[in-house]
Design a protein around this ligand. Structure first.
Ligand SMILES: *Cc1c(COP(=O)(O)O)cnc(C)c1O
Length: 373
C-alpha cells in the first residue's frame, strides 16, 4: 500500500517493457538494428560449414598437452605480451628479421583492434566484396565509414575500381583476404602490390588460409611501409584455442598493442601453442591431407552436371548450383551442414560454400549432392 519499500528488497522481477525502453534509449540505434552473429547448431550433422579442420590432434600430442595444461597456474594472469607464444611462432614462421608480432584472441580480435586503432572521425575502411564479413561489421561497431568495392564476376580484384576508390576515399585501412573467404580464390599479388603502393594508410593481408595456399606475403612484410599480415591458427586445426597473430614493422605493432586488452590471450592457450607448434609437422600432414581431399572434391563436383566449381586455395570449395536454397535443405536433410551464400552478396547468388572434411565426410557430401533436386 503506501509503504514504498527500498528498491533492493522489492519483490519480483523488473517489468520487461521498462527494460526494453531503457535499452532503446541507451544502446546505439545501429547496434539495436543488428542481429547477433548467428552460429548454427550442428549436433549430429556432418559439419562442413565453418572451415574447421576435421582431424583431431594426434593422441600422443594430446597426452603431452594434458600434462602441460595441468601445470598452468590459472590463479595467475597470463603473460600479457605472450612472449613464449611469439617466440614459438617466430621460430616456426618465415618471418623476416626485424618484423614484430602481436597476438589476438583469434584473428577476429585483431580485425577489431586494427579497426579501433584507425577509427578517427571521418576515417574510412575499404574492402572488396564479397569478402570476410567481419571487416564491415567491425567498421560499423567502431562507427567508421565502410566502402565496399565489388570483385569481378570471376572473384578477381577489380584493380581499376579498387585504385579509384582508394584515390577517392583515402581509406586508413584496406582489407584483403589472401586467399579470399567466401570465394576461395587468391588475388593476383601484382594487384595487391599496386594497392599497397596507392593506399595512404594500412593494407592488411588476411592469410587465414595460408596453410592451403601457394603464396604468402608474410616473408615480404618489411618490403612495404604499410603492410600488416594477419593469420590465425583456426583453420589449421586449432579453432577452439582462439589464437591469431599480426606481423608487421614494429612501429605498427606498437600501436596495435596499445588498443589490445592486456590479457587477451588466455593462459591455457599460451601454454598449449608452443607444445603444438613443436609438433607442427603433424598439423602440416593434416593440411596436406586436406589439400588432397580438396582436389578430389573439386574433381568430383566438377564432373556433376549443374554444378559450377570455382578455383580454391583454401580448405573450402565454392560451388554454384541451380537452386542453392533447395540444395542446402536437401543436404541438411541428409545430415550435412554447408554454408548457403545465396542472398549474401549478388556475386554469390546460388552459391554454397563447402568446407573440405575428412574423407568419409566428403564421400557423404558427394553422395548427398548427387541426390539434390
Ligand atoms: C576464419 C577467418 C578469420 C577468423 O579467424 P579466427 O582466428 O578464428 O577469428 C579471419 N579472416 C578470414 C578471412 C577468415 O576466413
Amino acid at each position: 500500500m503506501n509503504d514504498p519499500r527500498p528498491p533492493s528488497t522489492r519483490a519480483g522481477p523488473v517489468d520487461a517493457a521498462d527494460v526494453r525502453s531503457r535499452v532503446a534509449s541507451t544502446i546505439r540505434a545501429d547496434v539495436r538494428a543488428l542481429s547477433a552473429y548467428h552460429v548454427g547448431r550442428a549436433e549430429g550433422l556432418v559439419k562442413l560449414d565453418a572451415m574447421e579442420n576435421p582431424f583431431a590432434l594426434p593422441e600422443a600430442l594430446r597426452e603431452r598437452l594434458a600434462g602441460v595444461l595441468a601445470e598452468v597456474p590459472v590463479n595467475r594472469y597470463p603473460d600479457g605480451a605472450g612472449d613464449a607464444v611469439k617466440d614459438a611462432l617466430a621460430r616456426s614462421l618465415p618471418l623476416p628479421e626485424g618484423a614484430a608480432l602481436v597476438l589476438g584472441n583469434g584473428s577476429d580480435e585483431l580485425i577489431q583492434l586494427l579497426t579501433t586503432a584507425i577509427a578517427a572521425p571521418g576515417a574510412c575502411v575499404l574492402a572488396p566484396e564479397p569478402s570476410f564479413v567481419m571487416y564491415r561489421l567491425n567498421a560499423q561497431y567502431a562507427n567508421v565509414r565502410y566502402v565496399a568495392v565489388p570483385l569481378h564476376a570471376d572473384f578477381s580484384l577489380d584493380a581499376d575500381a579498387m585504385l579509384a576508390a582508394i584515390a577517392r576515399e583515402r581509406p586508413r585501412l584496406v582489407w584483403l583476404a589472401y586467399p579470399n573467404n567466401p570465394t576461395g580464390n587468391r588475388f593476383a599479388p601484382a594487384t595487391i602490390e599496386r594497392i599497397l603502393a596507392a593506399a595512404p594508410g594500412l593494407v592488411v593481408v588476411d592469410e587465414a588460409y595460408y596453410a592451403f595456399a601457394d603464396d604468402s606475403f608474410l616473408p615480404r612484410v618489411l618490403e612495404f611501409e604499410n603492410l600488416v599480415v594477419v593469420r590465425t591458427l583456426s583453420k589449421i586445426g586449432l579453432a577452439g584455442l582462439r589464437l591469431g597473430y599480426a606481423a608487421a614493422h614494429p612501429s605498427w605493432i606498437a600501436e596495435i598493442d596499445k588498443v589490445r586488452p592486456p590479457y587477451n590471450v588466455n593462459a591455457l592457450t599460451q601454454a598449449a601453442v608452443p607444445v603444438i607448434l613443436a609438433a607442427a609437422d603433424e598439423l602440416a600432414r593434416q593440411a596436406t591431407t586436406i589439400r588432397s581431399e580438396r582436389g578430389r572434391l573439386v574433381q568430383a563436383l566438377a564432373a556433376l552436371r549443374d554444378v559450377c566449381v570455382f578455383p580454391t586455395e583454401t580448405n573450402f570449395v565454392l560451388v554454384r548450383v541451380p537452386d542453392a536454397d533447395a540444395w542446402f535443405s536437401s543436404l541438411r536433410n541428409a545430415g550435412i551442414l554447408v554454408k548457403n551464400l545465396h542472398g549474401y552478396h549478388p556475386l554469390t547468388s546460388q552459391c554454397l560454400r563447402i568446407t573440405v572434411g575428412a574423407p568419409a565426410e566428403n564421400d557423404a557430401l558427394l553422395a548427398a549432392i548427387r541426390r539434390c533436386p
